[in-house]
Write a protein that binds this ligand. Structure first.
Ligand SMILES: Nc1ncnc2c1ncn2[C@@H]1O[C@H](COP(=O)(O)OP(=O)(O)OP(=O)(O)O)[C@@H](O)[C@H]1O
Ligand SMILES: [Mg+2]
Length: 668
């Protein structure tokens, strides 16, 4: 009997010890994960800084060789940039990238969404003799690009399933015989991997020395580590093998190290010149708001936000978790008087395209979408992106919120967070590589009441910190935050929910997942640090906001964007011209920046206008624009007789903060 008791006691001790060892192993494994992550971040940093410093704050870019010197094509490039594209100055890295491509080097461009990657291959394509081939993953992206280039009078075509027989004949003839005017040809990757006919024509074009350059846009689609992996992109390696002397430029907004390595290997461009630009989007205002557990309240808040800040139909996106939620949110926003429609993967392609087109033409203010509303979004003047639920990772959030403000003007990114949304995501991502780790990263971002939101983005992409300039809620609004020891506190319901999430992040609790026939459920169980808490060796603290956060700072963003009198008239004019010029998008006629500049400078003559928007747009739309300025001045003169407003010539040039926000070192 006694012997049995001894055995039992020892068994118990061994079991306790096993549990202890298991817990320690868990901690060590998690530590190993973190170290691996940091190792890859440090490698990325090292590679980026090879031979030169990591981007200085103001230049925000890094290259190994110096591509900023003067080049023989400088003046021609400046002429095309301004007079054809209507772009007054280069943004960071654009000129250097163009110089590298013009020097026939292979190039890898990592530049944030809206940074202006397209110009980097479109401009050399115009400067060089022959045809430039562009590979782009989506029909809608290709259509947008071709339409925009055609509006600028650049002979651009696409060879896709929608191309007419007539156009196809023209393209093949141009490739084979050099007949006709073809400067830029867009194709989807499938054309390269599946159409022998196309590849043979391309070879003829190359043999005749007429293939000027190859651009692979959205190049992260090559990599399984990228967020939009496309199998057909894997076959693009053939391009460099078949056409080794033709410069290849790969462009993406995805900055992770793994993807970069993959890309250069798969595209066979090991000696490419790499251009890294900062992930920072200085014009985006990031904020997180607590999400009510009552659905209606959330919608009321979202509707209120849109009506308050964007009363002039400025475009926006609302991201939702599920298809059903999308439809519901769109419906309720409509009931609140906002022109909104939904977009998700369950709809047929035509219905989706219709919604997208209405939105692109500013006939619909808000698209309520799932993640399916993704890569094809090329609209530069999206003023707000609202997340009705949190994204599954920082990377995804950065991509989705980054669809705001691609034109460089102030825009807002608002995320609604409530602890209850976490398990909805965790049950979806737990089986992915580092899925939970990535999710918990964005949850940390949401929970933080003190830390600069931008700093989380820099940390995630292993980039040195840059000043936020008060462009996030935590930097803009000072509120009293206190760390409260909640080990034995009485908490309100929402605080309790937050506490559970905090304990998961701190590994005091862990989520475990079980599958049923219908769903995956998340359960909580004690984690490696639970013992320390139970033994009183570790405090549990929550950040608590004592004073209600004010929303004053957002107003300063608002003032920079809302259109004033003449700007409004010019906005109407671009919409009118867009509908009469064969479906060109309003933003291709005049960008929001150009509207602001015209309205500030009020040119009186075509010559003056040309100095703002370049020759091509002045020739096309100049008379209508001047007419609008005069009309507006006359109506103001009338008003002036009653004591308000002033004549345009005498009016002060209002320097819009807009221009300052451009992230270019050339722009100063
Ligand atoms: N130097 C510049 N000055 C002003 N506007 C510019 C400049 N370069 C590009 N743009 C404008 O910025 C917007 C975004 O450019 P573009 O579509 O090339 O971005 P991108 O880097 O390809 O972004 P994404 O990763 O989202 O595709 C466009 O409206 C473009 O006309
Ligand atoms: Mg692009």
């Amino acid at each position: 009997m006694e012997a049995q008791e001894t055995l039992l006691e020892e068994l118990l001790n061994v079991e306790v010890e096993i549990q202890d060892v298991e817990e320690q192993m868990k901690i060590l494994l998690q530590r190993q994960d973190t170290l691996y992550e940091r190792q890859s971040q440090l490698k990325a940093l090292l590679e980026a800084s090879e031979g030169s410093e990591y981007p200085a704050k103001d230049t925000a870019s890094t290259t190994v060789e110096n591509w900023s010197g003067s080049c023989e094509w400088d003046s021609e490039a400046d002429d095309v940039r301004f007079n054809v594209f209507g772009i007054s100055t280069y943004r960071a890295n654009q000129r250097e990238i163009i110089n590298a491509v013009m020097s026939r080097r292979d190039v890898l461009v990592i530049m944030a969404a809206g940074g202006g990657k397209s110009l980097c291959y479109q401009l050399p394509a115009i400067l060089r003799d022959g045809v430039a081939l562009v590979i782009s993953p989506l029909l809608s992206l290709i259509q947008d690009q071709v339409m925009g280039l055609t509006a600028l009078g650049i002979p651009a075509y696409m060879l896709t399933s929608t191309t007419s027989k007539e156009d196809e004949k023209f393209i093949y003839k141009a490739l084979e015989k050099g007949e006709g005017d073809l400067k830029i040809l867009y194709v989807t990757p499938e054309k390269i991997s599946k159409s022998k006919r196309f590849m043979s024509k391309l070879e003829k074009c190359h043999n005749a020395g007429r293939l000027s350059l190859i651009a692979v846009d959205e190049a992260h689609c090559c990599s399984q580590w990228g967020h939009d992996f496309r199998p057909d992109y894997k076959n693009l390696g053939i391009l460099k093998i078949q056409f080794p002397s033709v410069p290849l430029i790969a462009l993406t907004a995805t900055a992770t190290h793994k993807v970069q390595i993959d890309l250069t290997q798969m595209l066979h461009i090991p000696k490419c010149v790499k251009f890294f630009s900062t992930v920072n989007r200085p014009n985006l205002f990031y904020m997180v708001r607590e999400k009510s557990s009552v659905g209606k309240v959330v919608i009321e808040e979202i509707a209120g936000f849109i009506q308050e800040f964007y009363p002039n139909n400025e475009s926006g996106i609302v991201y939702c978790f599920s298809r059903r939620e999308c439809e519901q949110v769109a419906k309720e926003l409509r009931e609140s008087g906002i022109s909104a429609d939904y977009y998700h993967a369950d709809m047929d392609v035509n219905a989706r395209e219709k919604v997208h087109l209405r939105w692109s033409n500013n006939k619909l203010q808000v698209i309520v979408g799932t993640v399916a509303f993704g890569m094809g979004i090329n609209k530069p003047d999206v003023r707000f992106v609202i997340h009705h639920s949190l994204s599954k990772s920082m990377e995804t959030y950065y991509q989705e919120s980054g669809r705001a403000g691609r034109d460089g003007l102030p825009s807002q990114c608002l995320l609604y967070f409530r602890p209850g949304d976490v398990p909805r995501q965790s049950t979806m991502v737990f089986y992915e590589n580092s899925g939970l780790q990535n999710l918990y990263d964005i949850v940390r971002y949401c929970l933080s009441k003190r830390q600069c939101r931008r700093s989380s983005i820099f940390r995630h992409f292993a980039e040195p910190f840059q000043d936020c300039n008060g462009m996030c809620d935590n930097c803009a609004f000072s509120s009293e935050i206190e760390e409260m020891d909640v080990s034995s506190s009485n908490l309100k319901r929402d605080q309790k929910e937050e506490l559970v999430i905090k304990l998961i992040l701190d590994r005091v609790l862990i989520e475990e997942f079980q599958h049923t026939a219908y769903a995956t459920n998340a359960y909580l169980t004690i984690g490696p640090f639970a013992k320390q808490v139970l033994q009183g060796k570790r405090d549990v603290k929550l950040e608590v906001c004592n004073a209600q956060k004010k929303v004053a700072g957002i107003n300063s963003v608002k003032h920079n964007v809302a259109f004033s009198g003449l700007e409004m008239k010019l906005d109407e004019l671009r919409k009118e011209l867009s509908s009469t010029h064969g479906g060109i998008f309003p933003h291709s006629i005049l960008s929001t920046q150009q509207i602001c500049m015209i309205s500030a400078q009020k040119p009186n003559t075509l010559e003056q206008l040309e100095k703002i928007i370049g020759r091509l747009k002045t020739e096309k739309y100049g008379n209508r624009i001047l007419e609008q300025i005069i009309k507006y001045a006359d109506s103001n003169e009338l008003k002036d007789e009653h004591g308000s407003d002033v004549r345009p010539k005498k009016r002060l040039k209002t320097k819009k903060p807009v221009v300052l926000i451009e992230s270019s070192d050339d722009d100063a």
